[in-house]
Structures are given as C-alpha cells and as structure tokens.
Write a protein that binds this ligand. Structure first.
Ligand SMILES: Cc1cc2nc3c(=O)[nH]c(=O)nc-3n(C[C@H](O)[C@H](O)[C@H](O)COP(=O)(O)OP(=O)(O)OC[C@H]3O[C@@H](n4cnc5c(N)ncnc54)[C@H](O)[C@@H]3O)c2cc1C
Length: 390
C-alpha cells in the first residue's frame, strides 16, 4: 500500500458531511464542459454585478479558500496545525490594475508577513508580481521594449513594493515565495526575483523563486540560477511547480506564431519536474526547495531519493506543499511521517479570487487534473466509515 492510500489519515479532520460536500464539488468540476461554460457565465455575471455569492461561497470558495479576510483563515490554520501542516497565507486577489490597489495588496501581504512572524502555524508568506504591478508593464519590460520615463518610475515603485516585502520577511526571520505566472511577463519577474535573492539571501534563504517545469527552458534555467548564485555568493531557494497556464500559453504561441514554451506532452513535464527536484536535493545544503505538487509519483520519488541519500524527513531546506482543498491525502500522510508540509491557503474578496478559483476548477477537470483520484479516495473513506459504523 502506498503512503498516500491511507484515507483515515487523509480525511481525519473531515466530517461525513464535509466529505459528501467535497464529493459533489469534485463531481461538478469534473465536467470540462460545465467548467468552461461556468467560467464564461461567471465572468459575465461579475461584469453585470449579478449576485453570485450565494452559489460560490458555500461551494468552490469554501472548498479552495481560507476566507475573505486574514481573520476568516484562523479556523483553517488551527485545523491544519492539528495535523502538523503549516499554512502559506496567500492573498489571492487578481486582476487588480491601479497603484492604489497595488499598495493595498502590499499592505495585505505585509500583514501576512507579520502573522507569519507571530504564528508558528504559518510557514511562509507569498505573493504574485501581478498583485503589486501592472501586467502590461511587466509584459513590456519582458519584451525588452523601451519604457517611458513614467513607466520606468512605475516599475521602480513595483520593485520597491517587492523589496519592502522581502526586507520585512528577512527582518521577521521568515521566508517569502514569489509565484510564477505567464511566460510573457515572467522574464521581467525572473530578473527582479534574482536581484532580490542576491540582496536578501546572503545569510539564509529568504526569497523563494518559482519555476514552472512545464516550460522547456526551466531545468536549464534552474542549473544556471544555481551557478549564478554560487558565483555571487548567495543561497538560492526555489518552489518547483508544473505550471498553471498551459492552455493560455499554447493558445498565445499559436496566435502569435512562435514556438510554444511548454513541453509537448505531460511525460516531458513530469520528467523535468522530477529531474529538477533531484537536482535541488543533490544540493540541498545550499538551495532551499519547496516541492509544490499534487502528483503522488513526484512526491514518492522525492521521499525515496531523500531516503537513499539519508536526508532527514524534516530537513529544514525541504518542504512539500499542496493547495487548500486538494490532495489532503498527500499533505496529511506526509505530515504524519514527519515531513515538512505546508498548504497554500488563499484568501481575499470573493470577486477578486475568481481567476484563482477558475484555474483550480479547470485543473480539476477530468482531462487535465486528478479529480478521479480525489473522488476515488473520498468514496473509499466514506465506504470505510460506513463499514465501521462511523
Ligand atoms: C503549493 C503550490 C504552489 C503553486 N504555485 C504555482 C505558481 O506559482 N505558478 C503556477 O503556474 N502554478 C502554481 N501551482 C499550480 C501548479 O503549477 C499545477 O498547476 C498544479 O499543481 C497541477 O500540477 P501537479 O504537479 O499537481 O501535477 P499533475 O496533476 O500530475 O500535473 C498537471 C500539470 O501537468 C502539466 N501538464 C498537463 N498536461 C500536459 C501536457 N499535455 N503537456 C505538458 N504539460 C502538461 C500542467 O502543468 C498541469 O497543470 C502551484 C501548485 C502548488 C501545489
């Protein structure tokens, strides 16, 4: 039996009612057609300011998010902590565009840094560059176009926001992860994140970069990033993920007639992901690693590798991470075996976390995701409880 098959541990904190609710939620998002039409309808409903809260709040929102405010997240933090799982509080508001909104988001991220400093059950702070800077500006900078003087100042303000978050994280003794996004803004983000790592990771790994291993160039980038860090004398840190924007990436590449930056098939992505994990584990005294995945094989490979190389389960430089509402069978079973596990706990006003929720629903359709596995595990646990009269 695999470590991840233990449904008793996986769902220990879920009542039968919670499990049935999760079951129906996954059945709903399993249909690609329903998710595609639902996403379009929701966007229209938001534009027309139609009331959608009553349908979203008790279903997908409560399943995938900690709440609308930091305060709302406290019960989830406590519940995770009972299972030795820490949280990564993620202010997941997206689609913001104004300087005022970017300043507000920065304040919220700084509040999570503060919470992380004061609460043992919060492992990292996290942010997305598009939460603190305009998408089109990052796109222009990534394309190497000349910025106007005004845009230059705008970029400086964004960099200053990121710098403040990283500085406060360093002062608070915590680490901060910076998410990866679409490839056509990522070049600018890579550049800024590397400069932040160079500045703040002198003594320890404060700033974590994120690498999407569905990109054909990322394994090469990881090795070069590592070499640059060694040359410049700082400690690199990465969160490895497969990547959440595959369809969008392919569509844009096709539309604009350039080679898609995404691997041709899933096997190639899986292969690079596992190679990148192994590369980091080989250099784990220097590089800090967060393995962000719901893929059982990748987690199993990582723990086998750790075992062979006699790396402690709770090695301070190794974390496993999943998203709230997904793969509790991985998080809880790893945590009970003593591995460092943290769960991304997104929060924010319902309207602003919609893009995040749509991505989660899309990823859980039967084609791309692992809903089948989640459903099987929920069914198995309900059957077990039924048999044991629980
Ligand atoms: C803690 C955490 C943090 C995350 N942070 C980010 C982030 O900063 N940026 C980001 O983009 N995503 C992020 N993600 C989401 C992540 O990128 C994946 O979308 C998601 O986790 C699904 O991949 P998986 O590793 O769980 O495994 P699986 O479910 O095994 O793999 C699904 C993934 O494989 C890839 N894939 C699927 N089909 C193909 C194909 N035909 N060809 C090539 N590749 C394919 C895609 O990336 C797809 O999402 C995060 C996930 C976690 C758990």
């Amino acid at each position: 039996m695999s470590l991840f098959d233990n449904t008793r541990v996986a769902f220990a904190d879920k009542s039968n009612r919670d499990l049935r609710k999760a079951y129906w939620m996954f059945v709903m998002v399993k249909s690609p057609l329903l998710v595609k039409t639902g996403a379009v309808l929701l966007q229209i409903a938001i534009r027309l300011s139609l009331p959608i809260r009553w349908i979203l709040k008790p279903t997908v929102f409560d399943h995938f998010c900690g709440g609308e405010t930091l305060q709302d997240c406290i019960p989830s933090l406590e519940s995770l902590s009972k299972r030795n799982v820490k949280a990564v509080l993620d202010y997941a508001a997206e689609g913001v565009e104004t300087e005022k909104e970017f300043d507000e988001a920065t304040e919220r991220i700084l509040a999570t840094v503060e919470l992380c400093r004061t609460r043992e059950d919060v492992a990292f702070a996290v942010f997305k560059f598009t939460g603190i800077a305009r998408f089109a500006l990052l796109e222009k900078q990534s394309a190497n176009e000349i910025l106007t003087a005004e845009e230059q100042q705008e970029l400086e303000r964004a960099v200053n926001r990121a710098d403040e978050i990283c500085r406060k994280s360093m002062e608070a003794g915590i680490s901060v992860m910076i998410d990866a996004e679409e490839s056509w803004i990522q070049t600018a983000v890579d550049d800024i994140v590397e400069r932040l790592m160079e500045k703040y990771n002198r003594e320890r790994q404060v700033v974590f970069h994120t690498l999407q291993m569905y990109r054909v160039d990322r394994l090469y980038y990881l090795k070069n990033l590592f070499a640059r860090a060694m040359e410049k004398g700082y400690f690199p840190a990465v969160k490895l993920v497969r990547g959440a924007y595959m369809e969008k990436e392919r569509e844009r590449a096709m539309e604009k007639d350039y080679a898609s930056p995404i691997h041709l098939d899933k096997n190639a992505t899986d292969d690079d992901f596992d190679k990148a994990v192994r590369f980091c584990l080989m250099h784990i005294d220097t590089i800090a690693l967060c393995i962000g995945t719901h893929n059982e094989n990748s987690c199993q490979e990582a723990i086998d590798f750790m075992h062979v190389h006699e790396l402690d389960a709770n090695h301070p430089n190794i974390h496993f991470s999943q998203l709230m509402g997904m793969s509790d069978h991985i998080s809880n079973n790893l945590a009970i075996e003593g591995y460092n596990v943290c769960k991304y706990l997104p929060y924010g006003p319902l309207k602003l976390v919609m893009p995040y929720l749509i991505r989660r629903a899309e990823e859980n359709t039967s084609v791309a995701g692992q809903t089948g596995r989640e459903l099987e595990l929920i069914k198995k646990e309900l059957r077990r409880r039924n048999k044991e009269g629980l």
